[in-house]
Design a protein around this ligand. Structure first.
Ligand code: AHM
Ligand code: MG
Length: 324
């Protein structure tokens, strides 16, 4: 049941959770406060983008060779600036930055988190008022910058995403369930929407870019055919062009999102550290699953910060079908 208590703000929820962990230092609560601020700033940019002339491209390409949109760049700056002023973030990896960035410490800070972000996911939707969002993943700093930034998803301390849609929604997990909050613009606060979300074990949505069908291996083609076979369904196709919007729907209704390997692009499209792994943590925490087709996403050891991976994510039943 949705929680409609408007007084359960994100901050109060985090403080109450913190009390359940006697050794907690408040570091995660403060970090999430900053994520909330980032979400409000980016959401505001999104709402005003067409009016302020923020639609379109900067003219630069990012490290992946993709055209950078003005809002990609702005979103990245909002995250970096926010993390530069908190005491616990020591390393930032972003889709929009070629290498990991370290944040200078002063003598009051405890630089113990390495954070990976996709500041604006689904950027191709920006120009047409489609849904977009941000994704974040948090690791503890463990030794060198490389070791800290290239950990398995299973080592994540927390993960989450924001959706800038009809309302601005923030979803996170810190390893104790998945919780969602909606931004109440009238008071400028995120308020609890759903605590401890559980994904249906089986659903009726499949979500993939079927325009790529002929680029896939026969396994992914047969997988897709199964969803269109009435004997297995019925399934509905939903595909927004923003992974987190598709996953968010599946989180509540069940089903699967997939972006498989292509014959010419065996690594797929999506990035492991700031797209696949954080969403895999969310899916698993909600009782779902995420795999690259062979291996649990959370168990993949990254070789580089912008590594890509095929992804099948959602309800246990539909994700297991790819292994079959
Ligand atoms: P982006 O981070 O550059 O926006 O790319 C990731 C997005 C996903 O959110 C989405 O599901 C996918 O790319 C869409 O790609 P395609 O247009 O190839 O279907
Ligand atoms: Mg993305």
């Amino acid at each position: 049941m949705p929680n409609r208590n408007p007084r359960m703000t994100l901050n109060r929820f985090l403080v109450e959770r913190q009390r359940q962990h006697p050794n907690a230092t408040g570091r995660f609560t403060r970090f999430m406060g900053q994520i909330g601020t980032v979400a409000k700033i980016i959401s505001n940019y999104m709402r005003r983008a067409a009016i302020e002339g923020l639609i379109g491209q900067t003219g630069d390409a990012n490290v992946q060779g993709e055209q950078v949109k003005i809002l990609d760049d702005l979103g990245n700056r909002v995250f970096v600036e926010a993390f530069e002023y908190v005491d616990m973030v020591g390393m930032i990896v972003s889709e929009e930055m070629e290498s990991a960035r370290s944040v200078e410490a002063d003598n009051t800070s405890d630089k113990s988190y390495a954070v990976m972000v996709d500041p604006v996911d689904g950027s191709s939707n920006i120009d047409v008022n489609g849904i977009i969002g941000s994704i974040f993943s948090v690791h503890d700093i463990i030794g060198t910058a490389k070791e800290s930034c290239q950990q398995k998803g299973a080592e994540q301390v927390a993960a989450g995403y924001m959706i800038y849609g009809p309302s601005t929604v923030l979803v996170y997990t810190a390893g104790y369930g998945v919780h969602s909050f909606v931004l109440d613009h009238t008071i400028g606060e995120f308020v609890l929407m759903h605590a401890s979300i559980t994904m249906p074990e089986r659903g009726n949505i499949f979500s993939a870019n079927l325009g790529n069908y002929n680029k896939w291996h026969t396994g992914a083609q047969r997988y897709t055919d199964a969803f269109m076979d009435e004997a297995n369904g019925p399934y509905s196709l939903r595909y927004s062009g923003a992974l987190l919007a598709d996953l968010h729907q599946i989180l509540h209704r069940g089903g699967v999102y997939y972006y498989p390997a292509e014959i010419e692009r065996p690594e797929g499209k999506l990035r492991l550290l700031y797209e696949c792994a954080p969403l895999a943590m969310i899916a698993e925490q909600a009782g779902g699953a995420a795999t690259d087709g062979h291996k649990r996403i959370m168990e993949i050891d990254p070789d580089n910060i912008h590594q890509r991976s095929p992804l099948f994510i959602g309800s246990k039943h539909e994700v297991a079908m790819i292994q079959d």
